[in-house]
Design a protein around this ligand. Sequence first.
Ligand SMILES: [Fe+2]
Length: 360
Amino acid sequence: MSIQRSFLAWGTLSAALFLADCSEPSMSTGIPVAGPDVAVGSSESPAASSPKADEATATPPRHDSDMTAAPAVADAPKPNYRIAFVGDQGANVNTQAVLKLIKGSQVDLMVVLGDFDYSSDPNGWDKMLTDNLGDNFPVIAAVGNHDTGAWPGYRTKLATRLAKLKGISCEGDYGVNMKCKVPGITLAVSGVGTMGTGHEAFLEKTLSEAQTPWKVCNWHKNQKKLQVGGKSDEVGWLAYETCLKFGAFVATGHEHSYERTHLLSSMERQTVVSKENKLVLEPGKSFAFVSGLGGREVRDQELTGDWWAKIYTSNQSATFGVLLCDFNIDNNPRKAHCQFKNIAGQIVDDFQLESKLPVN
Ligand SMILES: [Fe+2]
């Protein structure tokens, strides 16, 4: 009910449109997109519906537990909760290779950073996800510029998929001004630069209210200096700076390569505050990445800068892959570990995160 109340309190026209377009029976009740507050793939879920059920015994734990005293966090991620960040998928053999990599990586949630199949084919894209991941695999997505032409169809497919999930709740205008919540992690999913209005105000409200140790901003497009290819300024700095202000890191796609910044104190000026491989997130300090190697193509590097910690383009003989981030590692809800892994099994980028975000 709290979800319903907060959703109704926003009362946005876009959210109302989102509800109107949803075909799930639950949508007509006024509950936007939510599942019970039970962990995705947890022991409380039926084994048959768990995305990890067929790998639970075959794959060793991803992080050893050191059993040291963990900092108290009231709203903590599930141990080793793994999110896959991927954009610019296409619908080809490379796309399927990336999806197979995700399927085999004990992923708890896939975040698609826009540009799905490039064919405006919601049925085909959703079938590809089902064929490779299963029809109840946890997926949320931001709208990309190649998705706008068939967005009502994509949105309905995504909302239908989300309504089946446990342990994740979302509210707002799907993929445009949407807040999603899993234990310990708040994900703001935005159409900034691509679709809709009011994104910066939505980000400000969502991130200022969030009481989780981890906050993530997710959208499709870029600012020119926060990608290394040929993209221009299409987002504006306020969205990036709003995320940084609250210590939220920024996940994007659009440029078809992978690149990640060092820890920054200004996105607009690309001010580096640390080049350590452990990035300590706090209000006013964060980082951004582009994860656009979901299968469509691999593009070249045209720009550089000392704010980049990792650049992986065709200049570096890149191939397709995904950024995997594990939260609450080593029994510490404020620690995370991320790796960009390609379809050849190579670890391209490997870094640690620590959260110093205040939680009331
Ligand atoms: Fe794009």
